[in-house]
Write a protein that binds this ligand. Structure first.
Ligand code: SF4
Ligand code: SF4
Ligand code: FES
Length: 864
């Protein structure tokens, strides 16, 4: 640490930063616009001015831009200097010359960095009397709204969109004194990470169009920390609700995972929570009797073949399923259980650990099936095995961003694990930073880094069946059938370590590519291999493992990252159980006649004929889900399960990191977390020994006791009785309005806030205003900082860890004493017709199940 003097007070700061970062980390309120911790400094807006003095005797000093000035031992600056203050006030006055001052009708109002900085600098009077410059707005697609008049020309948007996200269709255009940020013509913003503009733009130019469609003021949202459910990466989010509907998703900073950004599927895919297809009450198939009392469970319904299940066109409240009250449905289920020959439970990789564990406990581990298809289950199990026994660490996304040589085997990451693709775009830019560092240019100096780097990139090799959206930053691409991609991987491993199995009959060009990649990985400091399950090809997964095993054999600390299909694929894989196909066999062999299906549309996982046969054979089908899927419509009993926004639970991401998501709001009707429903089923059946399962802490404790590998899950977040100064943490901000009137059309008295016995969070604005531990951060706010940039106040240092080291716990670490063996090379396939060479295609908008129910995502999916 070095000492600098700010307004004559000595302050310890980390060397290598710029003054703005240092001042913000120390808690000074210094305004800024063009600087952003993920975009670095360009010194464009002149808003962050401070006075710098030569030494103690210098009383005159000079104005410098703090974002462009490196900290140095003994340096003396003033933030409070009158001239510096006047300069900052003047800058904001000219930035505001053409601003429409339309805060009351602006979607950004109340959460706007420009508002905050205007107040901070003391600019409170408009002196100019001239007409304001105006612009025409553009249609930019279903995600982003455009209001160009609010622009202050900070250039953050184009720098983010082009330099960070790799987009090409947003740019800056100018003529005379008109500077315009938009597309060359109206049209959908093409980049898959366009939604981050909403948070990057410091004013109301780019705002969330999905929020606009059911707008609520930001301070009127009830919010909770959450985890994205739309792929296996586990990005951290903040979800906001008003009047019982989910209104928006914001990024929740996690230093090790998503950093400052989300993908568009994660940000705009939340609409399924508000879908018309939601199941809100327990339902019975019309074929079932109204009451189970006094009847033999076997006579409850025809329950087989044509007669069982809901009509395929069933809709809530229509002619199909019949809503039923909670007690009656539980009595029905008890009757079904007592009459069943055998009950199996089918879990889900899109449901929480807690819900899967509860189902496993209800039916017994021997009757629990993961709900993953055979190939998914096999590949995820293989990946877990590789991570547990192999020498290579599964990297966090931050570690991916730090990699200096990468090979991707078989994944189209932009479409299967989007933030991994965004992280690789940052990883390749590391080469320019390396060049700059050699010239003593700091990494935060954007222009200096560009000049030093001259566009140099860290090597990225992509082997995939077809071109991918990342090819533009790849050093080399190799497009081939899945088995040939695997053979390239095995050949790279052999080049790295001759004791790794060799690949025979490789074409000369491929062999030379394998040599080149091996040499590059060998010469790197932080080599990374990425693969995944999307090709359903075991050889590709094994080949990736062979490469890192070979690198580690050469004493390299290599990282091995696998993309997995769903938000809890890894959690379910760790929990164990058999695959879906094995469940089919059990039913075929007449060993069970009842199936409980947890948050899983089986029709997405296997051939429809197989699923039909399976469900037809089952005498009773009980489904817990939030959407009336094709599978749910075949059930005779449906229970309304809470989505991520209506329940608490834990998900394990591809890295093996367990993370907690929290209930955002109390839903209408009987919707509740699946694990709560399963506890109610146990209770109704008189299994009182399972009382532990009625609370979140109880379920996680039971899970940890039963499955020691999941024991760290107990410590990923504070327990339910955690308090700050004896108080809970409010989900509603202290400015939350309308509480006394929002339900006045129903009753004039204000309802008591709903209680939350499961977590330290409260469905209320009352509670501690102190900063909570990272897993419990419901939103960022600090006096004078109302926008997302208030995050600065929650970090140990700007761009670094949150104050209590983030959240989540890794469940898998490499075995330091492990002696991993190489996988053998599979023989070449004789024909391209073989299964190993069929390559499925994915699209970020459309391939994932739940986001497909969101209208904005559906619109993008349709356009593809
Ligand atoms: S649109 Fe927003 S981010 Fe872009 S230059 Fe204008 S104010 Fe800055
Ligand atoms: S990358 Fe995956 S986890 Fe992250 S926001 Fe996108 S869909 Fe969600
Ligand atoms: S933030 Fe320093 S010049 Fe813009």
């Amino acid at each position: 640490m070095i000492t600098i003097f700010i307004d004559n007070k000595p302050c310890q700061v980390r060397p290598g930063q710029n003054l703005l970062q240092a001042c913000l980390s120390l808690g000074f309120d210094l305004p800024y616009f063009c600087w952003h911790p993920a975009l670095h400094a360009v010194g464009a807006c002149r808003q962050c001015a401070v006075k710098q003095f030569k030494d103690e005797k210098d009383t005159r000093g000079k104005i410098v831009m703090s974002c462009m000035t490196p900290v140095a031992e003994g340096m003396r600056i003033s933030v409070d200097d009158a001239e510096a203050q006047a300069f900052r006030k003047g800058v904001i006055e000219w930035l505001m010359l053409n601003h429409p001052h339309d805060c009351p009708v602006c979607d950004e109002g109340g959460e706007c960095h420009l508002q905050d900085m205007t107040v901070m600098t003391g600019h409170n009077e408009r002196r100019t009397r001239f007409k304001k410059r105006t612009h025409r707005n553009q249609y930019l697609g279903p995600f982003i709204n455009h209001e160009m008049n609010r622009c202050i020309q900070c250039y953050r948007c184009v720098r983010y969109y082009r330099d960070v996200a790799g987009g090409r269709d947003l740019n800056v255009f100018s003529a005379h004194d008109h500077v315009y940020f938009g597309r060359h013509e109206d049209g959908v913003l093409e980049n898959e990470f366009s939604g981050n503009l909403v948070e990057v733009c410091p004013t109301g130019v780019f705002t969330d169009k999905t929020l606009k469609q059911h707008y609520a003021r930001k301070w009127d949202l009830q919010t909770a920390p959450s985890i994205c459910v739309h792929c296996g990466l586990g990005c951290n989010t903040i979800a906001g609700e008003r009047y019982g509907t989910l209104r928006r998703i914001l990024n929740r900073y996690h230093h090790e995972v998503n950093g400052y950004f989300l993908c568009d599927r994660g940000r705009f895919g939340y609409g399924f929570v508000n879908s018309e297809k939601r199941i809100k009450q327990p339902m019975l198939s019309p074929s079932l009797s109204p009451s189970p009392q006094g009847r033999d469970a076997n006579t409850l319904s025809p329950l087989a073949g044509e007669g069982r299940g809901l009509p395929s066109n069933a809709s809530i409240g229509g002619e199909g399923p019949r809503p039923i009250d909670k007690d009656t449905v539980l009595a029905h289920i008890t009757a079904v259980q007592s009459g069943a020959k055998g009950i199996i439970g089918i879990g889900s990789p899109r449901a929480s650990l807690e819900s899967n564990f509860a189902l496993r406990s209800l039916v017994g581990p021997e009757n629990f099936y993961s709900g993953m298809s055979e190939p998914d289950h096999r590949l995820v199990s293989l990946i877990i095995d590789i991570h547990q026994k192999g020498p290579a660490r599964s990297p966090s996304l931050r570690e991916v961003r730090m990699a200096d040589a990468v090979v991707v085997l078989g994944e189209d990451l932009t479409n299967t694990a989007p933030l991994l693709a965004l992280s690789l775009r940052q990883a390749v830019r590391g080469k320019e930073i390396e060049a700059a560092t050699k010239l003593n240019i700091p990494a935060w100096h954007d222009e200096g880094v560009r000049n030093a780097g001259q566009g140099a990139r860290n090597p990225l090799f992509i082997a995939s069946p077809e071109s991918t959206r990342l090819d533009d930053v790849a050093a080399k691409t190799y497009h081939a059938a899945p088995d040939d991609i695997a053979r390239l991987g095995f050949a790279i491993a052999h080049e790295l370590d001759r004791s790794a199995p060799a690949v025979h009959g490789l074409a000369g060009e491929t062999a030379s590519l394998a040599r080149e990649i091996a040499q590059t990985l060998k010469g790197a400091k932080r080599p990374l291999v990425i693969s995944g399950t999307s090709l359903f090809n075991e050889s590709v997964v094994r080949a990736a493992a062979n490469i890192t095993t070979a690198l580690c054999a050469g004493s390299k600390a290599a990282a091995l990252c696998y993309a997995v299909p769903e938000c809890n694929s890894m959690g379910l894989g760790i929990m164990g159980g058999r695959n879906l196909d094995e469940a089919f066999t059990v039913m075929d062999d007449d060993l069970a006649d009842t199936v409980i299906i947890l948050e899983n549309d089986l029709y997405r996982r296997a051939d429809a004929g197989k699923i039909n046969a399976f469900l037809d054979r089952a005498k009773h089908v009980i489904v817990l889900d939030h959407i009336l899927t094709r599978t749910a419509s075949r059930a005779d009993i449906i229970l309304p399960a809470g989505t991520f926004a209506e329940s608490n639970g834990t998900l394990v991401n591809n890295e093996g990191r367990a993370q907690r998501f929290y209930q955002v709001f109390v839903p209408q009707g009987d919707i509740q977390a699946s694990w709560k429903w399963i506890h109610a089923i146990m209770n109704a059946a008189g299994k009182s020994a399972n009382d532990q399962m009625q609370s979140l802490d109880g379920v996680t404790a039971a899970m940890a006791g039963t499955l020691p590998v999941l024991a760290p899950v107990r410590d990923i977040a504070p327990p339910a009785d955690f308090r700050i100064d004896g108080q809970k943490i409010p989900r509603q901000p202290h400015r939350y309005s309308g509480r006394t009137s929002m339900h006045a059309h129903i009753a004039v008295s204000e309802d008591k806030p709903r209680e939350d016995a499961d977590t330290p969070l409260a469905f209320s604005m009352e509670g501690s205003e102190k900063q909570p531990p990272a897993p419990l951060i419901t939103g960022y706010w600090s006096p004078g900082w109302n926008s997302v940039q208030a995050l600065n106040k929650y970090q140990q240092e700007i761009g670094g860890e949150l104050r209590d080291n983030g959240s989540g716990k890794r469940l898998i670490e490499p075995d330091p004493d492990g002696k991993p063996a190489y996988f053998t090379v599979d023989p070449p396939q004789a024909s391209r017709e073989l299964e190993g060479n069929a390559a499925p295609k994915y699209h970020i908008f459309g391939s994932e199940e739940l986001s497909g129910y969101s209208s904005a995502i559906a619109e993008r999916a349709k356009a593809k």
